[in-house]
Design a protein around this ligand. Structure first.
Ligand code: DGL
Length: 262
């Protein structure tokens, strides 16, 4: 069982920002990564649709004997994880926008969150804001179009720079000192975002925290892989293999993208 893989899924390549942190922290774990790019973006889909897609991905990973599932997608996490946990026995790790650290550390009492419509409208986000961001002005901004551009390999395009400026400048006008990245695709945009925000704004990306949480749960459940051999890592997409491969090349030259129907 301990040699069984960690299963990670996202609506596309965004969850690779989480994969990266998990592999850094747990370098001997076998991993299966699913990019459901055929169905991306999840962000403007109905809750039911997001739950059905998350269930499909989970079923696929469980058939491959995954010992733990990491939902490396904020939209799926905020909308579907409660139900997935009721339906399945394996531990399920969820991602969550880092509103808590942003609100706790804000000096200007003004923070911004950039996320998908599905995440911003979720009960979980509302509850988190109510609990941890009392007295802090939280500006919500839907990152409409960002996931589509990232999935089309247009991270460094004029269109992307234009959208980022349009979304971030109004938050800067509100004197935010923290910007929460509430979508796992967005950490790919950090260099461009920093050009817009400058040094005064702290960007919150919860990738490392999710990796630590994954390790803690594996430890707690005695599921860590004790073997120190080279891990097997599989990266599947149901759309464009090249898009996945290009991102993998930037992470580690050994990684291979495969196309599958799921
Ligand atoms: N990576 C997903 C997230 O964290 C992207 C959502 C989408 O597909 O719209 O929310």
């Amino acid at each position: 069982m301990n040699e069984n893989p960690i299963g990670i899924f996202d609506s596309g390549i965004g969850g690779l920002t989480i994969y990266r942190k998990i592999h850094q922290l747990l370098p001997y774990e076998n991993i299966i990564y699913l990019a459901d790019s055929k169905n991306a973006p999840y962000g403007d889909k109905s809750k039911k649709n997001i739950i059905d897609l998350s269930e499909k991905n989970t079923q696929f990973l469980l058939k491959r004997n995954c010992k733990i599932i990491v939902v490396a997608c904020n939209t799926a996490s905020t909308n579907a994880v409660k139900i997935l946990r009721k339906r399945h026995k394996v531990p399920i790790i969820r991602t969550q926008p880092g509103i808590k650290p942003a609100a706790l550390n804000s000096k200007t009492k003004s923070v911004g969150i950039l996320a998908t419509q599905g995440t911003l409208n979720s009960d979980l986000l509302y509850e988190t804001s109510q609990r941890f961001a009392k007295g802090v002005d939280v500006t919500h901004q839907i990152g409409e179009g960002l996931v589509k551009l990232i999935e089309s390999n247009k991270i460094y395009s004029e269109e992307m720079t234009g959208l980022l400026k349009k979304y971030i400048q109004p938050m800067l006008n509100k004197n935010i000192d923290h910007l929460v990245l509430g979508c796992t695709h967005y950490p790919f945009l950090i260099p461009q975002i920093k050009v817009i925000t400058g040094e005064k704004v702290t960007i919150i990306d919860t990738g490392e925290a999710i990796a630590r949480q994954t390790r803690n749960i594996l430890l707690q459940e005695s599921l860590l892989n004790s073997s120190k051999s080279n891990p097997k890592r599989y990266f599947y997409t149901n759309k464009d293999k090249e898009v996945l491969q290009q991102v993998l090349n930037r992470i580690d030259s050994d990684l291979i993208a495969e196309k599958l129907d799921f």
